[in-house]
Design a protein around this ligand. Structure first.
Ligand code: FDA
Length: 318
């Protein structure tokens, strides 16, 4: 693991650091690499270009750990408008007809009210239901992001409840969690659509593997379960070793492109994204937008020391 990762992820939760970093003008240039913009209008051309290039998209309206009911309601309202905008963008751009929607939204239950005290999980679950009902109308998919481990049980519960009505609803699973393989087995049996990722939060050793090799080994075990039996696995990784393993498992399990997909983050390994699409693979790009980009940016910096170096150089040159 990147030795600076714990410090950077600790800063992700510090409001003093947040105030300092978000006020530095040069931050904007660094943010722009990973975030499509602050508004839906800025997001639109980015999503359109990616769709035109043959990639699918999953759009995230940034926000997390909301402790204000009005802010959670505003996030729901933004997602409702976003669902309309994405459905329209999809119709405008010709693409190969597919049963799999090319447009999706990703959401964090903590942005929809999960952190609002005792009633939080119920409020978030209700909001999730509202958004799924709208998504069905607009032929847009929804995936629920995985957040820190204290939210995992509530998130899986909300997804299970909503899937009774919306069986296509997906959830992200982090393979750094020691429970990941068991969870994948349960959910795969149940036919849940799963986005498999390594995990981006700072977690204690009691709940999460700390060594990169252990996280990778867990990813490969979970991937084998999903590719052999899961419905529409989503391989969310930029790691060449995970991508190669997925391709081998796809062949071994007689899967064809279109009954699984690769996923990568906006701004990361763009040439590799294009290469996979050119070779006929399905690839979806996770695109975040909005003003609440601080936590997201810090997680991206923590993943790669080179990103932090780039950021610090930009700061020192200003
Ligand atoms: P790894 O970190 O080993 O990176 C492999 C290679 O990818 C690196 O060598 C580098 O080339 C490139 N790379 C990776 N990260 C980079 C970065 N930030 N900047 C530049 N290059 C980078 N996590 C979570 O906890 N909950 C969630 O819901 C999600 N959702 C999600 C959706 C999608 C579509 C993706 C791709 C990822 C997530 N994640 C996530 C993040 C995920 O858990 C993980 O932190 C990152 O993807 C980095 O892990 P990799 O598997 O890419 O491998």
């Amino acid at each position: 693991m990147n030795p600076l990762r714990p410090a950077i992820l600790a800063a992700a939760g510090s409001s003093r650091m947040k105030d300092a970093i978000t006020k530095v003008p040069v931050t904007a240039a660094v943010v722009r690499r990973f975030v499509a913009g602050e508004t839906r209008a800025e997001l639109a051309p980015v999503a359109r270009e990616l769709l035109k290039s043959g990639r699918s998209v999953s759009v995230d309206f940034l926000g997390e750990y909301t402790t204000d009911r009005a802010q959670a309601d505003a996030a729901v309202a933004e997602y409702l408008s976003l669902l309309d905008a994405l459905a329209e963008a999809d119709q405008e751009i010709p693409g190969v007809p597919s049963v799999v929607p090319r447009v999706e939204v990703s959401l964090k239950l903590s942005a929809l009210g999960q952190s609002l005290g005792q009633d939080g999980p119920a409020i978030a679950a209700e909001n999730l239901h509202k958004l799924c009902a709208k998504a069905v109308e607009r032929h847009v998919w929804v995936t629920v992001d995985a957040e820190d481990h204290t939210t995992t049980a509530d998130t899986l519960e909300a997804v299970a409840q909503a899937r009774a009505e919306f069986p296509w609803l997906a959830v992200a699973l982090q393979t750094y969690l020691r429970t990941a393989e068991d969870t994948v087995r349960d959910l795969a049996t149940d036919g849940t659509r799963i986005r498999l990722c390594k995990g981006a939060y700072q977690e204690p050793a009691t709940v999460a593997y700390q060594r990169r090799a252990d996280v990778d080994a867990s990813y490969l075990r979970c991937l084998a379960v999903l590719m052999s039996g899961g419905w529409y696995p989503m391989i969310a990784s930029h790691d060449p070793a995970m991508i190669a393993a997925a391709l081998t498992l796809a062949t071994e399990n007689n899967r064809v492109p279109g009954d699984y997909e690769f996923q990568m983050l906006y701004g990361i390994r763009d040439p590799e994204q294009r290469r996979l699409v050119d070779e006929g693979h399905a690839l979806r790009v996770y695109i975040p937008y909005g003003t609440q980009w601080y936590g997201y940016l810090m997680r991206r910096l923590a993943e790669r020391p080179a990103n932090l170096g780039f950021f610090l150089r930009a700061l020192s040159e200003r």
